[in-house]
Design a protein around this ligand. Structure first.
Ligand code: KQY
Length: 364
């Protein structure tokens, strides 16, 4: 049984490691809901299977799958991928899974954040979300890891940590009235530090343009290692992403992390602009109360949405004009790791990418 602790990770000597630290595994969820994934989820399932296959040699993957899809998923996923039955509302393990924390004695526990489907009844992406809100707890049971239930609405994609005391996030998301309207910026900082074992929160402004998560940082900027970040960037002043990235760069250049270091910033080119096609839109069941997927809508495509595995970095292929450049930049940033591109368009059509659908289990 997984014990639930009433204290906080910081008080108990735990911290969330940076994603670039070694992992013991990686969790994902199989996509299937037809009002988010086109054609009953079939193209997305192929994309998720490719992500799992790319990560598995680096970090053993566990796929959570509904009872209805169990046999199909088991059949198409690589034999080494562990498939477990789990009820979920959709397939965003970064956001609904636990944020794992570790201590110096080799113990691993998990933070179970309150989940409200990216905004609850004020702009949230679907209702109900009660099955998603149980996912972190179920994962912690299977991992036999202790649990902290954090008293704050938060998705894992809205934070990045450097493992050395620094948290990176955005005002657009964490200060949004549809997450924690009664909490001040200071109270949110205190809660993040207490539950991530951190000391300093670095605030960016807005997230990527038209990001349906209300600006998750994982689609804009991430730590490559302590003191080094990668930033989603376009040089085109006419593109709405430009002002957002310029503001983020200015903030990053003016900041120091928890250890007092200035940040080294590396720019990742923006793919596209990428828009939903007529055919892609037609394939989604348009249901009132869920996110509409309309032709011509701008997609929040970003190469910053990559996964850092122990021996591999897995990033989304989104635009043949920029894929190779993004891959080459990532190769330069991660010299000890193999950089692998996987088709990202079908994941992007559902509203996120490789980072959003994965959750690392750090080595304890
Ligand atoms: O950015 C993420 N971490 C998740 C994206 C979720 C999109 C839901 N449709």
């Amino acid at each position: 049984m997984s014990t639930t602790y009433d204290s906080t990770p910081a008080a108990d000597g735990f911290r969330m490691p940076g994603e670039f630290e070694p992992h013991e595994g990686c969790w994902m969820i199989w996509p299937e809901r037809p009002d988010n994934w086109r054609l009953g989820g079939k193209p997305a399932q192929e994309a998720f299977a490719a992500v799992a296959a790319a990560i598995h040699p680096s970090d053993p993957v566990t796929m959570a799958v509904s009872a209805a899809q169990f046999e199909h998923a088991r059949g198409v996923l690589p034999a080494g991928v562990r498939v477990v039955e789990m009820t979920t509302d959709d397939s965003w393990m970064r956001d609904v899974g636990p944020s794992f924390v570790v201590n110096g004695a080799g113990e691993r526990r998990g933070v179970d954040w309150v989940f409200n489907a990216w905004g609850g009844m004020e702009g949230g992406l679907y209702w109900p979300w009660d099955s998603d809100d149980l996912v972190a707890r179920k994962v912690l049971e299977i991992e036999a890891a202790g649990r902290y239930r954090a008293p704050i609405v938060l998705e894992g994609g809205s934070i990045h940590v450097d493992g050395e005391g620094t948290v990176l996030t955005t005002e657009e998301c964490l200060l949004n009235h549809n997450r924690n309207p009664s909490l001040s910026r200071e109270r949110i900082e205190e809660t993040l530090c207490a539950f991530l074992g951190a000391e300093k929160v670095l605030w960016l402004g807005a997230g990527s343009f038209n990001d349906e998560t209300d600006g998750h940082v994982d689609n804009l900027c991430c730590f490559v290692r302590p003191g080094v970040v990668a930033l989603h960037w376009t040089d085109d002043p006419a593109d709405p992403q430009h002002a957002i990235s310029v503001d983020a760069l200015a903030r990053l250049e003016g900041m120091t992390d928890a250890r007092g270091r200035s940040l080294e910033v590396h720019k990742l080119p923006m793919p596209g602009p990428l828009l939903i096609s007529e055919e892609e839109s037609r394939g989604v069941d348009q249901i009132e109360g869920t996110m509409p997927r309309l032709p011509g809508d701008r997609l929040a495509g970003s190469y910053a949405n990559f996964y850092i595995g122990t021996s591999r970095v897995v990033y989304p292929l989104l635009d043949e004009r920029t894929d190779d450049d993004a891959g080459a930049i990532l190769e330069g940033l991660f010299p000890g790791r193999e950089v692998v591109g996987v088709p990202g368009r079908e994941i992007l059509l559902g509203g996120g990418n490789v980072h959003c659908i994965t959750q690392q289990v750090p080595r304890a």
